[in-house]
Structures are given as C-alpha cells and as structure tokens.
Design a protein around this ligand. Structure first.
Ligand code: UDP
Length: 495
C-alpha cells in the first residue's frame, strides 16, 4: 500500500494561528501532500473565500456553537470578540475534543487515512486524541522558539510571583537571561497559579509532552537557544522549518470591516505614491513603522512618535491606525491624532508617508531604500525584516512579542527596544535618539545593519535546496515528513 499522504491541520480559531497553518498547508501541498484543514464552520466558510483557486486543500468543519459557551453568536474567531472575551473562546475550544475524536475516527476509516496531525499549541489535548488512533501528532508554532520557550517557562514557573525587584530569571531557562515584569502580558502578570488562565495552562502546557514532535516557523541557527529548551524539556524532535513564506493576505477572517481592503482605486494610487517615495530615497535611509495586523498605540504615544520622527529628520513610512480606545478600522483622523500640520509638512518636504490601515509590508521591506523597521515584534514581522536584512526598533505590545524583542536585542544584535506596551510613557526625545541611532550609517546603526545582513544570508542558506546542498529548514521539513512513516514502520515491525 502507498504511504499515506494526508496531513491534518488544526489551528486555534484566531487569524494569528490560522494564517501560519494555512501557509504551512500550502507549502506541504506543493510538496505533494493532501491537506485536510479543520476549523469551526464560520472560519471554514471564510477560508473557502480566501484559498487560492489552484489549491485542493480540503476544508473540514468541526461543529462549534459559541452560545453554548456563553459567547455571542457568530463568535468563532478572536477577531470577532472584545479582548475580555478572547480567553472564553480559548476555554470553549477545549470542548472541541469529542468532535475532533469523531473526525479522526472517520478519517482513519476513510480511503485516505491521515499521515499525521499538525495541531495548535493551545490544543495540547489533541495529542492524546490522535494517539488513540495511532496517528502521529506534532505541535506547530507560528511563534519562534525563544519567544515560545520564555512564554512556556513563565507559565509553568510563574517566577514573577517571587520577584520583589520586578526582575527575574526563568528557573528552567536561565539562558534567556534576566526578564522584567514589564515583559509579561497582563494574564501572566495576574497569574497566581489558580486563576482561570493558570488553570487552562496547567492542563494545556504539560499535554505538549504527549506530542511526537514540534514544528517551528524559525531557523535553526538563529533560534538555537529557544529550540534547545524544548528539546531538553520534552526529549522529542524539534524541527525548525521556517521561514514559512506565504503570499496570502490576512483578510481571511471575513470580518466585514477588517484589514486589507479589496481593490480600491484610491488605495492603489496611494500605494503607487508610496513606492515613488521609496524610489526617490537613498539606500537604507527610510524607516518603516508598523505594529502588525491588530495592534495600535495610544493617542499620546502617537503624538510623541510623530514629534520624534519630525525632529529626527529621517525619512519614514508610518502605517497608522486609530489610537487605542477607538475602532481600529475607523477612518484615521490625522488632524486630531497627529501634531498640527504634521502630515502636510512631511509630505511637502518629501520626508515621510503616513499610510492608513494596511500596507504591503513585505514589498516595502524588500525595497532597498528601507533601512529600519519600528515593529511590535510579531514573529512574522521579525522574520520578514530579518529575511531582508533590515534592523529593528522594537516596541513589543503583547504575547511573546516581548521575548522576540529581547532575542533580537540580546541574541541577534539587530534591534534597539524603544518602548513596551501601551502604558509605557514614551518621550519623543528618547524615541528620536533611538531612531537616529538605528538609522545611522555609522556606529551602532552600521553594526546592526551588518548583523541583519548576516542573518539574511543565514536564512537564505537555511532555505536553500540545491544539488549538493540542502539548508537546515529544508532538511528539517523532510525529517519531519519521514517521522510518521518511521513510526508506522516500527509499529508494523517492518523496521
Ligand atoms: N501586515 C501587512 N500590512 C500591514 C500590517 C501587517 O502586510 O499593514 C502583515 C505583515 O507583513 C505580517 C503580518 O501582517 O505578515 C503580521 O504578523 P505579525 O506576526 O508580525 O503580527 P500580528 O499581526 O500577528 O500581531
């Protein structure tokens, strides 16, 4: 019988999880695998509209009723929930277990039995369910190794509880160095060990030990410290298969007002102007500023940043969204949220572009005129910058972004941290200094740019697949795909 070729993908119901899973699915599909992508009905309906027509990914609904869990109707994605209800969706997702079991049961009986399950790190429970059917199971993280290791260790140790100074180290991850309580998300900071978040993590995180391996969207050489944490912890294979590239837009949520707008003449014109602006600038001279797909800063931080940019005399592209407290999809009111005449002045001087809502980030970062990226350090943004040799100004806001920024500063040496979160009091003078430092052609700026180019080459090497040379990410992907077959052969006694 031919080896099974079906891979089951099962992400948590959030765009930040669904998108990397979809990107990985498309990559695996290109390698000749059949993908069955499981998610709740609304997410599946939205994905159906997004999938490239050339893709044969099979989309499979897992039944889920938000109202059974006290969630508003149609709330099947963190996108459609206010921040205080996102955790409720996470808890509700554990109720998918019996339906997942039924799906696997049907699939193992089908003509295309699965080769393996690739599941979300919030679905620790899915490992044991997969094993009930003898299916190989891996956890896939769209986050990097170092970031996720700090996150994991912080949750299992809650080290901040014993730190009076506001500083601590992670007992099982001392290589991470010193951390500060300002690098913890509100849920971690409030965690006592028996609060609801801790209760969830106490079940979820230890269940990772049931997985047969871990897949990370990262590069072995860059992320050795974080990856070795998981190897040590679980004694299971950890495959660094990144960067998983995708040309997918993020507008898979189907949320009506969100994110990338459809073809729009006005936007097209603006985008054209943006690239004309970049073309008019010398190499590595433009700072690109964007805080990812869902984050924004406060109105006062926005003012300080605008002043810093103005005073720095550096050229910039700034992707703006309404500040915290306003609808992130609403029109941007420059006259209210930016200093008076800021926009017209910088445009008249050909100094900067204020770009609303959604920018073609990868294309911008690929332009030779871009020399720095002020980012919230979401892992995709970090990888996109590093793949193009662009150093960072880190302004982490949430999740493992604090640790990503730390890694970029302390390990990779390609980042200066400028602020933390939205309660950080930002001073324009500090920001200006840091912008000038990173964008400088001398000193630290030059040094960081050199390191960023070295990492770019490291990434290129990791993904190179040529006669006589296979990069580490290519090898890791093949190793991963062989692992379930080896397990089957072992079980069948053919090896
Ligand atoms: N992105 C983009 N244009 C924007 C904002 C974001 O193309 O104006 C893309 C960006 O290229 C990246 C993703 O959205 O691929 C953001 O992912 P990341 O992990 O950096 O942060 P998140 O949005 O998940 O916080």
């Amino acid at each position: 019988m031919a080896d099974p070729k079906t891979i089951i993908m099962f992400p948590f119901m959030a765009q930040g999880h669904i998108i990397p899973f979809l990107s990985l699915s498309l990559q695996l599909e290109q390698k000749g695998y059949q993908i069955t992508f499981i998610n709740t009905p609304l997410n599946i309906a939205n994905l159906r509209r997004t999938l490239p027509p050339s893709s044969a990914i099979s989309l499979l609904q897992i039944p889920f009723s938000p109202s059974d869990h006290g969630l508003p109707p149609l709330s099947e994605n963190t996108d459609s929930l206010p921040p205080n209800q996102i955790f409720d969706l996470l808890v509700a997702s554990t109720a998918l277990k019996p339906a997942f079991r039924t799906i696997l049961n049907n699939l193992v009986e089908s003509e295309t039995p699965p080769l393996c399950v690739v599941a979300d790190f919030f679905f620790g429970w899915s490992a044991a369910v997969s094993h009930e059917f003898g299916i190989f199971h891996v956890v896939f993280s769209g986050a990097g190794g170092f970031g996720l290791a700090c996150y994991f260790s912080s949750w299992i140790n809650l080290p901040h509880k014993n730190s009076d100074s506001g500083e601590f180290t992670l007992p099982d991850f001392p290589e991470a160095g010193k951390l500060q309580v300002t690098q913890l998300t509100p849920s971690l900071l409030a965690a006592t060990g028996d609060d609801p978040w801790s209760e969830f993590q106490k079940k979820n995180l230890p269940a990772w030990a049931d997985a047969d391996g871990f897949l990370f969207n990262t590069i072995e050489k860059l992320d050795e410290i974080g990856l070795s944490y998981f190897r040590r912890k679980f004694r299971r294979p950890v495959w660094a298969i990144g960067p998983i590239n995708s040309s997918l837009s993020l507008s898979t949520s189907g949320a009506p007002t969100r994110k990338k707008p459809g073809p729009d003449k006005e936007k097209e014109k603006e985008t054209e102007k943006l690239f004309q602006f970049l073309n008019s600038k010398p190499p590595s001279s433009v700072l690109y500023i964007s805080f990812g797909s869902q984050t924004t800063i406060t109105a006062s931080q926005m003012m300080q940043l605008a002043k810093a940019l103005y005073k720095s005399k550096k050229s910039f592209i700034w992707v703006v969204r309404p500040p915290l407290g306003f609808d992130i999809n609403a029109e941007f009111r420059a006259e209210e949220w930016l200093p008076e005449k800021f926009k017209t002045q910088i445009e008249d001087e050909n100094r900067g572009v204020v770009f609303e809502k959604w920018a073609p980030q990868k294309e911008i970062l690929s332009h030779k005129s871009v020399g720095g990226f002020m980012s919230h350090c979401g892992w995709n943004s970090v990888l996109e910058a590093l793949s193009r040799g662009v150093p960072l100004l880190g302004w982490p806001m949430a999740a493992e972004q604090f640790y990503n920024a730390k890694m970029m500063v302390e390990i990779a040496g390609v980042c200066v941290e400028v602020a933390r979160g939205t309660s950080f009091e930002v001073r324009s003078e500090d920001l200006r200094e840091k912008i000038e430092e990173v964008m400088s052609e001398e000193g630290k700026g030059k040094e960081m740019r050199k390191k960023a180019v070295e990492i770019k080459m490291m990434i290129e090497e990791a993904t190179r697949d040529e006669e006589g040379f296979r990069g580490s990410s290519v090898e890791a992907m093949d190793d991963f795909l062989q692992a379930p077959l080896l397990m089957m052969k072992k079980k069948n006694g053919t090896q």
